[in-house]
Write a protein that binds this ligand. Structure first.
Ligand SMILES: Nc1ncnc2c1ncn2[C@@H]1O[C@H](COP(=O)(O)OP(=O)(O)OP(=O)(O)O)[C@@H](O)[C@H]1O
Ligand SMILES: O=P(O)(O)OC[C@H]1O[C@](O)(CO)[C@@H](O)[C@@H]1O
Ligand SMILES: [Mg+2]
Length: 558
């Protein structure tokens, strides 16, 4: 049996023990459509719904757009136990379906008001059929499946929702950028500001100056579409950035004192960890503040997502260094060009730049240990390439071969990241010494280190589009009351990923994966796999993928 009730009756729902029904329909304000801007309606909090062991609720679009449908799994059974909101929100369904859901403000704030999304009145969007994302839309993490595979893990699809949990003039948003620079930071800032302003009518946006410590150590800057109009054409971040300085309670105090209720945090793996603890503290204090992360890092070391913004731009810029190394090496007898590229723990930039270039004979990354001397070693390979071709190009990621350098570096940066020794200089010297002293062979080695040049530039066209989508998704998510999420691309779709998934591990190149195999077959370099190291040691089966990214299974091993 279905019930149709008025919104005011939600509380009475909780006071009765319904025995037979398992679906409630709540018709809220019937004048809603004529009087959109004035209408307010209240939905039951998650805590209230749990009393009914609720499995789902949402609008019954097809039957009545003004109708809230509440489905209860076990009709009439009152359950007074509260859900543990600190645990990841996992929703399971038939066929092995798993939704790794993101937190929502209503999980810990009872009886939150919500409002019709102002986008429904926006001429740019109201013509789009099904512009609002359906409440049940989710995106699978794994798209290569077998006939009998379980449906697997899914993430909530990003995009505008029919209801928002903030009124436009209630929002005070802030944006902060942390960690190293990355192409596209300014584009993301611009699009968050413009998205809030133009799509949701939000006028109050503050920029936090200089990373996390700016929350409590500096004044904020006011951001509006005029202030950010041309910033996407510049590299860097107009807000400044920093490492270290994360003091959770001072940051949350500052958020509270300033009356900020939407926090957009742009940064890499460290930044997302910082965002996660900020979110936890905000939830502990019961504040109506949405925390949204936007993943940034040229290293591409953030898991789950297809890739991070700015990565393609960095790879493109790295081509210029590789080209120069190739031209130099090719123009002289026994020329060797060595190019060092960024990539602290993950070799994605080196791998993709190598694959893109085709001029590289050897790519060395942190994930693939290598050795210099003896059969199958680097020196033997260099000598062979020089004999065959007269020149060669080596690309080395900054984090590669650190274990081979005499003393390892113990110093850390302000964020706790291990500082690295200059492996480019070291390897260049070792190659020179080997050929002049041991092989008595004259070589010409040119070492190119483009360092910051690949990240201190504006983003290219495709990264600009990507940044725009990430920023807009984050804005839609925060306005819809989601929190504790990172906006990210999964299998080409915009999604909301819970912080716990984003911070649980670092994304690394899997060297038993197809992508690395493609690179090996393109360069013809040795694998440097000593017989002692088995394939199983090189990466766990459930971390293999088709694109060299951990966390997505490769069907070869299923
Ligand atoms: N575990 C953590 N808890 C709280 N804050 C953290 C944590 N790890 C890092 N942070 C903070 O996040 C910010 C950025 O971290 P980090 O310098 O590691 O850069 P990142 O975000 O990983 O970006 P990238 O590696 O691309 O430069 C710093 O202000 C740092 O203090
Ligand atoms: O010198 P900084 O600013 O600490 O940044 C260097 C690091 O930042 C990155 O670009 C991103 O983490 C790394 O590749 C590099 O090791
Ligand atoms: Mg990092």
């Amino acid at each position: 049996m279905d019930f149709v009730i008025a919104p005011s009756s939600f509380s009475s729902l909780l006071n009765h023990n319904y025995n037979k029904n398992n679906i409630f329909y709540c018709c809220y304000n019937n004048t809603f459509n004529q009087n959109k801007n004035k209408s307010r309606f209240s939905v039951p909090s998650t805590a209230a719904l749990t009393k009914f062991n609720t499995v789902a609720f949402g609008y019954d679009y097809r039957r009545n757009p003004c109708c809230l449908r509440i489905a209860c799994s076990r009709p009439g059974v009152m359950d007074s136990s509260k859900p543990d909101i600190s645990k990841p929100k996992i929703v399971t369904g038939p066929g092995g379906y798993v939704l790794e859901d993101v937190p929502h403000l209503s999980d810990y704030i009872p009886d939150l008001s919500c409002y019709p999304n102002p986008l429904q009145d926006n001429p740019a969007y109201s013509v789009v059929k099904q512009y609002f994302v359906h409440v049940d839309d989710t995106v699978p993490q794994k798209i290569v499946v077998h006939k009998d595979s379980p449906r697997g893990i899914h993430f909530r699809r990003a995009g505008p929702r029919q209801r928002v949990y903030f009124e436009s003039d209630e929002v005070h948003a802030c944006i902060v950028t942390c960690g190293g620079l990355c192409p596209g930071l300014n584009t993301v800032i611009r699009e968050i500001v413009c998205g809030l302003y133009h799509m949701y009518g939000v006028k109050k946006v503050s920029g936090i100056d200089g990373g996390y410590r700016g929350f409590y150590a500096k004044n904020t800057v006011h951001l509006d579409p005029k202030a950010v109009n041309n910033i996407h054409k510049r590299g860097g971040t107009i807000l400044g950035t920093s490492r270290g300085g994360h003091d959770t309670s001072k940051i949350v105090d500052s958020i509270q004192d300033r009356g900020i209720n939407q926090v957009y945090i742009i940064g890499g793996d460290g930044t997302q960890r910082g965002a996660s603890v900020i979110f936890e503290e905000i939830r502990k204090r019961g504040l109506k503040v949405s925390v949204a992360g936007i993943p940034k890092t040229i290293d591409n070391d953030i898991p789950v997502i297809d890739k991070s913004f700015g990565f393609d731009t960095a790879v493109e810029e790295a081509q210029r260094a590789i080209n120069a190394a190739h031209v130099e090496a090719d123009s002289i007898d026994n020329g060797i060009g060595v190019v060092k590229l960024m990539g602290r723990y993950s070799g994605f930039i080196a791998m993709n730049a190598t694959l893109a270039s085709r001029d590289v004979d050897c790519c060395l990354i942190p994930e693939s240990p290598f050795y210099l001397e003896g059969g199958g070693g680097l020196f033997e390979y260099i000598e062979r390439r020089l004999k065959e071709n007269g020149h060669m190009v080596i690309v080395i990621a900054e984090g590669a071969g650190q274990e081979l350098l005499s003393e390892s570096m113990t110093q850390k940066d302000a964020s706790g990241n291990k500082l690295l020794k200059d492996v480019g200089l070291w390897i260049s010297q070792r190659i020179k010494d080997y050929f002049s002293k041991q092989r008595k062979m004259h070589i010409n080695l040119k070492y190119i280190d483009p360092t910051y040049m690949i990240r201190a530039i504006p983003s290219n066209a495709s990264d600009n589009v990507y940044c725009t989508l990430l920023a807009q998704s984050a804005v839609h998510g925060a306005m819809a009351g989601y929190t504790g999420f990172t906006s990210g691309l999964v299998n080409g779709r915009q999604t909301y990923i819970p912080f716990n998934r984003i911070i649980e591990k670092q994304n690394k190149v899997v060297i038993t994966d197809r992508m690395w195999a493609r690179l090996l077959s393109s360069t013809n370099q040795p694998t440097f796999w000593s017989p002692k190291v088995s394939i199983a040691d090189k990466g766990s089966e459930d971390e293999l993928s088709d694109n060299g990214i951990c966390g997505q299974e490769d069907p070869r091993f299923n």
